[in-house]
Design a protein around this ligand. Structure first.
Ligand SMILES: Nc1nc2c(ncn2[C@@H]2O[C@H](COP(=O)(O)OP(=O)(O)OP(=O)(O)O)[C@@H](O)[C@H]2O)c(=O)[nH]1
Ligand SMILES: [Mg+2]
Length: 225
């Protein structure tokens, strides 16, 4: 039987980091939405990839799913302009447009803002934000606003400090520790790790962390917290 992200792990397998789970490899493209009312109205838990434009959201999603071209990657910032939806067993992955790209014309930026903001405000089934930050520019003002929003909306966040291949291991670790210390301001549900889509740093760790977040969200819901 295939594993689903919303299944409870067997009691003996609580150590998720050691569990070779990978429902992500079964990801399939569902649809692109230009408007919120096109999104499916069901209770499937959603995990959304958010972050600055060009930070590596689509690349991270592809790497987690072990598929090269599931979500479209580009050197040109602002590539993802629609909300792209992918099904995995028991959950849905959402690739959102990036924020903070200054060269996009104001009118388009306004539409994206509406789309991202509207998505975040209205999706009651949003369980986790996977916040992608380029390790060379972590915790920008817009990232902090996103974390503030997540805190207020009681949504946990797992930060992938991506492009870790661009730094030495020592420099990457120093940044990770600084980011983890800074995340304490937002509380327990805010975690961070190193990641690289190019050299596969942190891929298993990210799959396990995302799975663990989904589990604890399910537990909180089923116990009425
Ligand atoms: N070195 C390195 N480059 C990366 C990594 N991840 C992404 N990139 C590069 O960063 C650029 C942007 O990647 P995308 O995945 O398209 O970024 P995005 O956040 O989805 O961008 P938008 O959809 O435009 O917001 C591409 O040129 C990628 O090849 C990584 O882990 N390491
Ligand atoms: Mg993208």
């Amino acid at each position: 039987m295939s594993k689903t992200l919303s299944d409870s792990p067997p009691a003996a397998a609580r150590s998720l980091a050691a569990t070779p789970l990978n429902p992500f490899v079964q990801a399939t493209f569902v649809m692109s939405a230009a408007k919120l009312d096109q999104l499916p109205q069901d209770e499937t838990p959603e995990l959304a990839f958010v972050g600055r434009s060009n930070s590596g959201k689509s690349s991270a999603l592809n790497t987690l799913c072990n598929k090269k071209a599931l979500a479209r990657v580009s050197k040109t910032p602002g590539r993802t302009q629609l909300i792209n939806l992918f099904d995995v067993p028991g959950a849905r992955l959402i690739d959102l447009p990036g924020y903070g790209f200054a060269k996009v014309p104001g009118s388009v930026r306004k539409d994206w803002g509406k789309l991202i903001g509207g998505y975040l405000e209205t999706r009651f089934n949003l369980r986790l934000l996977i916040v992608i930050m380029d390790i060379r520019h972590p915790l920008t003002d817009l990232d902090e606003q996103m974390l503030d929003w997540a805190k207020a909306a009681e949504r946990p966040c797992h930060v992938l400090l991506t492009k870790a291949d661009k730094l030495s291991r020592g420099a990457a670790t120093t940044t990770l520790l600084q980011v983890r210390a800074a995340l304490q301001k937002w509380g327990d549900g805010f975690t961070a790790q190193l990641f690289s889509a190019h050299s596969n740093i942190g891929v298993e760790e990210a799959r396990a962390a995302i799975h663990a977040h989904v589990q604890s969200a399910n537990l909180a819901i089923s116990s009425g917290q």
